[in-house]
Design a binder for this molecule. Structure first.
Ligand code: AMP
Length: 420
């Protein structure tokens, strides 16, 4: 693997990489960085956990440093599907660019009026890199105060996710506000036809790199249990007992309701657990995520909102309480473990209704996932038959349960060198 000094990065950026403990480029970084430094448009197929964020941030930060401009103005706009991902990218810029003086600002909804003014200032002359969610970014752009004449880079991160969330038109509308002469980078975990269509409309002669193998990282041990719905809570509880050495555990549930029910039950059983789903407001979600990242909380019960993009290191165990609807989502969920070469365990609960869905996942990842026997004391679970039609053979067929505002007024200031 390539060392970072071979890319010709500025020393101040190399210092940031050293302080983050990044020594060698990951495969996506190795392939994408030279192409981005040569000003190519790029379609990159790479999933979360591959180091894709640094793959687009490093060359862009380096190019901003090399301009040696004293004034700050928007150079790069990154569009990301969720606030959590926007915040996480912003934090990664802050860490990587710590010694460079490059300034970034996140723009997302659900914030108060003071925050809106900060975002407005960032778009005027307060940040080099803007990271925004589509809806909020478009709302700001429609006011007309954003200063975008110096903009050189547009990055669409997790483009497939944004299209799944219905942001196709918003993205096209946003792009109308940007200079036509620009470098555009599109990152996506999957490349369905609609992404190709978006790429055709927004990129010019793009180069392509492809890292996405629809398979979870090598270090993840995967297994599954065939269960009836009424066995699931008892199985989670039994699996969690004696897992005190597992520092961080995420349980994915497919609906808010099952997320809340499970969390309530585990709290009753005195596990260190909390929940995250779209009924919580932004500040509540941030508190839960922070406590989980700081390891104050051992177990997080989450809906899909967390399954892509959110960077929480060293998850030791992922439990899919329900089989994800989309086979690619399985890969993303399991990708929460074994990031950057840690090892992890991913367990999936398959009820009779979900067996066919799970068969599709096994086909996608091109391997059969071992099915474990239920622990002692459990009545036998259903037989596994991936060809079982979702509605057949289940007695549980019923209803499906379901910125930093730059305080120096647009002038760049160099952040002090960090002492140890
Ligand atoms: P991403 O795919 O961008 O979500 O990154 C996955 C994880 O890998 C994050 O925790 C990054 O901080 C980490 N990471 C990215 N690049 C490197 C690298 N070159 N060396 C070690 N860790 C990295």
């Amino acid at each position: 693997m390539t060392k970072f000094d071979s890319f010709g990065f500025e020393d101040s950026l190399l210092d940031g990489l050293t302080s983050m403990g990044f020594e060698k480029a990951t495969p996506i970084q190795e392939k994408a960085i030279p192409l981005i430094l040569e000003n190519n448009d790029l379609i990159a197929c790479a999933q979360t956990g591959t180091g894709k964020t640094a793959a687009f941030l490093l060359p862009v930060i380096d190019k901003i440093c090399k301009k040696q401009s004293a004034d700050i103005s928007v150079n790069t706009v990154i569009i990301a599907p969720t606030r959590e991902l926007a915040l996480q990218i912003d934090q990664q810029v802050e860490a990587l660019a710590y010694f460079t003086g490059v300034v970034s600002a996140p723009i997302y909804g659900g914030t108060d009026a003071g925050e809106f003014d900060k975002q407005k200032n960032a778009l005027k002359n307060g940040a080099d890199i803007i990271i925004g969610t589509p809806g909020k970014l478009l709302a700001h752009l429609r006011f007309g105060y954003a200063k975008l004449d110096q903009m050189e880079h547009l990055i669409l991160d997790e483009a497939d996710r944004m299209l799944d969330m219905g942001f196709y038109e918003d993205i096209l509308n946003i792009i109308e506000y940007f200079p036509k002469e620009r470098q555009t980078l599109l990152f996506s975990a999957t490349m369905p036809d609609k992404i190709r269509k978006l790429a055709k409309k927004t990129l010019q002669n793009p180069k392509e790199v492809n890292i996405a193998i629809s398979k979870p990282a090598a270090g993840v041990m995967q297994a599954a249990y065939n269960v009836y719905d009424d066995q699931k809570i008892a199985l989670v509880s039994s699996l969690l007992k004696g897992k005190d050495n597992y520092k961080s555990i995420i349980i994915f549930a497919s609906t808010k309701l099952s997320c809340k029910n499970l969390s309530r039950q585990l709290k009753k059983e005195k596990f260190s657990v909390d929940e995250i789903h779209s009924d919580l407001d932004q500040s509540e979600r941030e508190v839960v995520l922070r406590d989980f990242k700081n390891r104050k909380l051992q177990i997080l019960v989450a809906t899909d909102i967390l399954s892509r993009g959110i960077d929480i290191d060293s998850i030791s165990l992922v439990i899919n309480y329900d089989v994800p609807n989309d086979a690619e989502d399985y890969v993303h969920r399991v990708g929460r473990t074994a990031r950057a070469e840690n090892t992890g365990l991913a367990l999936t609960f398959i009820n009779p209704r979900d067996q066919q869905k799970f068969g599709k996942i096994e086909a996608l990842i091109e391997r059969e996932i071992p099915k474990l026997n239920l622990p002692e004391g459990f009545k036998q679970g259903p037989k596994y038959d991936p060809n079982r039609r979702p509605s057949s053979g289940s007695k549980y067929r019923g209803k499906k349960k379901n910125f930093s505002n730059n305080k120096k007024g647009g002038k760049r200031y160099n952040k002090p060198k960090k002492k140890d």
